[in-house]
Every structure is written in structure tokens, then in C-alpha cells.
Design a protein around this ligand. Structure first.
Ligand SMILES: Cc1cc2nc3c(=O)[nH]c(=O)nc-3n(C[C@H](O)[C@H](O)[C@H](O)COP(=O)(O)OP(=O)(O)OC[C@H]3O[C@@H](n4cnc5c(N)ncnc54)[C@H](O)[C@@H]3O)c2cc1C
Length: 330
């Protein structure tokens, strides 16, 4: 019997899953052919959506390049090349001058993911076929012989015995009777009167979704998290403004932006990474976890593991704070 496995969404998670699945199938081969169907609506396998390679370079990751990888610690084959092991290694290999502690753009991360996706597909074991579907899955319904049918907009479908639903960030549905619906209806009414009023429910891709906003118009941004950072950058950098060391030089094309949130506080910026290499646990170690497992038939996270983690954090905190005096009696 042929096996059909579907992965809906080929963003970072879909890419990682494809690797884990093909590695597993290499280690545990099945006698019958395996078909893996990758369904990605953007057509960008690896970096679709949030990590699209076509978005502007000023939209950054909030993770440093040397701490991003598409591969697990146990994946020696993939990690054998620095250009695959981390995003930073990939960018250096591409001739891009960037430090290991710098925050690369999400577009570059998308290019890394797309390259890794191609490599993973090329490395699939014999008997495994990868099918790319540049389609949007709109429904899943029961099929024949225990299979599920993944339906596309035109009514056609792909049958799968197993489905991994990795669709990532979703657009909030406007619930009838909600405040959001009232805002959307208000904006629509204003547009019918020829006014440039809009309610943008999902702001990605940001440049396209905000292009209609004219210089000097007032924009109210609900929320002060990651997406708000992208929006403010799009209205400033994206419109030709420049941030200097002590001041911002406007281009004159910016709208007037008001940010609001329940807390009224923007998210904290990420700190500069001052660690010279990757910290290796001294207390919360594999050996310590194995010892707990040998002692108890059922490991309790709070009781057995969290205490190890907290002691590890305390160890790092006090050893850094006290330096050479760490371990002395007080
Ligand atoms: C603005 C922003 C910045 C972020 N920055 C970071 C960061 O710096 N570092 C970090 O670790 N995380 C970051 N994240 C968190 C983000 O969730 C993860 O980085 C990552 O994108 C999650 O991967 P994913 O594959 O689960 O989802 P996504 O990246 O959202 O990918 C899902 C994929 O599924 C596809 N898809 C969705 N629905 C369908 C459908 N019906 N049919 C077919 N295809 C479909 C989409 O096109 C997309 O390609 C950020 C999130 C946001 C919103």
C-alpha cells in the first residue's frame, strides 16, 4: 500500500518537519512507496508568509543569525556544512558580511529556508517522493480507505493518510457583531463616500497593505508588539526616512502614527548578545535527567525538571555576578 503524508504550510515548521520525516524514513524504511505532499499557498517553499524572501530588508528577525538553524542537534549530515548549520553560516557562505550576533532580515532567513528545503528534498531516501503543491488548502474532509481529502479552491483534492497542519499565523476572522466588524463597516462606509479610510485586519505583506495610506494621514496601530515594529519601520525606513545615531530624518512621506495597547508600553527590545559561545549546562544536564528517569517511573516537570532549570539559572547568575569570588564562603 502506498503511503500519502501531507504537510499543509511550508514555512519554517513545514521545512523542519520534512527533514525529520525524511530522516526517520531513511532510518526506518517502509516497504511501499511514500508520497509527501507539501501544500503551500504562497508558492514559496521554505520561506512563505512571515519569512517571505521578497519582503523588504529592513524587516528583521528577533533572533540572532548564529542561533537559527533548520536542523536538530542529532542531524550530523545536515550540520556537517557551516552553510547549513546556522543562518549565519549560510549568509557568510553567500558572501554577505554579517556578524554572528547580528539580527538578519526575515527575507534572508526566507532564502536560507528555501535553500534548505531544496537540499532536504534532494536528500530524501529512496522510495520517498516529494510533491510540491502551490495551492491553498481550503478544507479537509473524510475520503476513502481511512484517507482524508485536502480540498483546494477549484474543487480538486489530494488524499492523505496523515496530515500535518502547519499553517502558522492566521488572519483573525471578523466575528459578526464584534467591534472589529463595526470598524470594518465604518471604513467601508467612508470609502463609499470617497474617503481614504481603511481598517486593515491583517497587515502582511506590510508595504502592500499600507501603500494606500497617504503622507500626513493619521494611522492608529492596535498593539505594540512585533507587528507594530514592522508597521513603524515600513512608515519610516520604508518611506525613505533615516535613523541617525541621535535623530530621525524624515522623508516627508510618513503618515502620523499613533500606537496603542492595553499595557500602553512597547515591547522591550532584544538585548545585545554578549555570550562568546554557547553555554553548556552544568546542573540541568542529560545525565541529571537520566538519573531522574532511573529513579522515578513518571517524571514530573515541575517537581523534577523545573528545579534543575532554576538551579542552573541561579548558578549562571551568581557565578557571573561574583566572578572569581564564586564558591567562597561569606
Ligand atoms: C512579525 C513576526 C516576526 C517574527 N519574528 C520571529 C523571529 O525573529 N524569530 C522567531 O523564532 N520567530 C519569529 N516569529 C514567530 C513565527 O511564528 C515563527 O518564526 C515561524 O514563522 C513559525 O513557523 P510556521 O511554519 O509555524 O508558520 P509560518 O511561518 O506562519 O508559515 C506557515 C506557512 O503556511 C502557509 N499556509 C497557511 N495557510 C495555508 C493553507 N490553507 N494552505 C496552504 N498553505 C498555507 C503560509 O503561506 C506559510 O508559508 C515572528 C512572527 C511574526 C508575526
Amino acid at each position: 500500500m502506498e503511503h500519502n503524508i501531507a504537510i499543509i504550510g511550508a514555512g519554517p515548521r513545514g521545512t523542519y518537519c520534512l527533514r525529520r520525516l525524511t530522516l526517520y524514513l531513511r532510518q526506518h524504511p517502509l516497504p511501499d512507496p511514500v508520497h509527501i505532499h507539501l501544500i503551500e499557498k504562497s508558492g514559496k517553499f521554505g520561506g512563505g508568509g512571515i519569512h517571505s524572501p521578497t519582503q523588504p530588508e529592513y524587516l528583521l528577525l528577533n533572533t540572532i543569525g548564529s542561533q537559527i538553524t533548520a536542523f536538530g542537534d542529532d542531524d550530523a549530515e545536515a550540520r556537517a556544512s557551516a552553510a547549513r548549520k546556522t543562518l549565519h553560516g549560510y549568509l557568510i557562505d553567500q558572501g554577505i558580511s554579517i556578524g554572528p550576533n547580528d539580527y538578519p532580515s526575515r527575507a534572508r532567513h526566507g532564502r536560507y529556508l528555501a535553500a534548505m528545503f531544496d537540499w532536504i528534498e534532494a536528500k530524501r531516501p529512496p522510495g520517498v517522493t516529494v510533491h510540491r503543491h502551490c495551492r491553498e488548502a481550503v478544507d479537509i474532509e473524510p475520503g476513502e480507505d481511512g484517507a482524508q481529502l485536502i480540498r483546494f479552491e477549484d474543487g480538486s483534492a489530494v488524499a492523505a493518510h496523515e496530515i500535518l497542519l502547519l499553517t502558522g499565523h492566521a488572519k483573525n476572522r471578523i466575528v459578526p457583531g464584534s467591534l472589529m466588524e463595526a470598524w470594518a463597516q465604518f471604513a467601508e462606509g467612508q470609502q463609499q463616500k470617497g474617503r481614504n479610510v481603511s481598517y486593515v485586519n491583517l497587515v502582511y505583506p506590510v508595504s502592500e497593505k499600507t501603500a494606500h495610506i497617504e503622507p500626513g494621514e493619521t494611522v492608529y496601530v492596535i498593539g505594540m508588539g512585533l507587528t507594530a515594529v514592522d508597521v513603524v519601520k515600513t512608515f519610516t525606513y520604508g518611506r525613505g526616512g533615516r535613523f541617525g545615531p541621535d535623530r530621525y530624518t524624515p522623508s516627508g512621506k510618513e503618515p502620523y502614527v499613533i500606537l496603542g495597547s492595553r499595557l500602553g508600553m512597547p515591547y522591550s527590545a532584544r538585548g545585545r548578545n554578549q555570550k562568546s559561545d554557547q553555554y553548556k549546562g552544568r546542573i540541568f544536564t542529560r545525565e541529571a535527567v537520566e538519573a531522574v528517569k532511573a529513579r522515578k517511573s513518571k517524571v514530573d516537570f515541575k517537581e523534577d525538571l523545573l528545579s534543575l532549570m532554576i538551579r542552573e539559572m541561579e548558578f549562571v547568575y551568581y557565578s557571573k555576578m561574583l566572578g572569581p569570588r564564586f564558591g567562597e564562603d561569606f
